[in-house]
Structures are given as C-alpha cells and as structure tokens.
Design a protein around this ligand. Sequence first.
Ligand code: GDP
Length: 140
Amino acid sequence: MAIERTLSIIKPDATRRNLTGAVADRLERAGLRIVAQKRLRLSRAQAEAFYAVHRERPFFNDLCTFMTSGPVVAQVLEGDNAVAKNREVMGATDPAKAAAGTIRKDFAESIEANSAHGSDSIENAAVEIAFFFSAIEIVG
Ligand code: GDP
C-alpha cells in the first residue's frame, strides 16, 4: 500500500458540540497521521468554491449555508491508503446508512450535518489540500 495524503474537514456540527478531539481521535486510532491542521470559518464564496462540483445538486445552497454556520477544522491526513481509510472511518454520507463504529454513525446529526468530510480520490485530495494548505504548512 502506498503512503497517501487526503483532506479531512471536521464540520461545523462537530466543532459546535466540542467533538474536534473525539473525531481526531478516531482518525488517529485508525493509523492516520494529522500532518497539518487549522481551524477557520469558511466564507460563503470559499464554501461555494470548495463544493463547486455539487453546484447543480438540490442541496448545494443548504450545504454551503451549513458549512459556513460555524468553524471547521481542516486537516491533512497521511498514511497507508489514506484516502480510502479516511472514508472507511467516516462511514456513509447518510448516518442512517453508516456502519457501526464510524464517525458519521456515532456523531452525525443528519445527512447534511454529518460531522466530517474526506476527499474521495487521490486526485481530488491534492486539489482539496491545496485549497486549504500551502506546502510549508504540511509537516509529515
Ligand atoms: P461525501 O463524499 O460522503 O461527503 O458525500 P457527497 O460528496 O455526496 O456530498 C457532500 C456533502 O453534501 C455531504 O457530506 C453532506 O454534508 C452533503 N449532502 C450529501 N447529500 C445530501 C442530501 O441529500 N441532502 C443534504 N441536505 N445534504 C447532503
């Protein structure tokens, strides 16, 4: 397996409920290393740019409103097979369908307020990491 990097976001529903550490603990216990991390509040324009791929989806506006409703914690995760491993630890988008023991099953409030984001491919991970971090901020 190859060492990969992926982008994780701890979403506003989780930061609001003081679950930043609880979510990070799940990631670290799965063997993922947090090699960069910052807490910030996305502007509307930033949220729309980050989720541009979903612009035509019916939930796009609501999603951007949610993602700007409070602070997020963006992270770069590094490890073996990091992209897939992070998605496995997060669980399915809809917490009702997420497997037991996953972040979304245990913490998510709804299909929208689902506590965590994880890149869905190595290619998207590179783009999403560059959206939040410069190379000098990532320390493996
Ligand atoms: P992910 O890769 O598992 O995060 O899922 P997607 O890329 O399909 O969707 C991006 C984000 O949009 C999800 O994590 C949710 O926060 C939100 N989302 C997805 N599907 C829905 C939906 O049907 N309704 C609403 N309100 N939000 C959704």
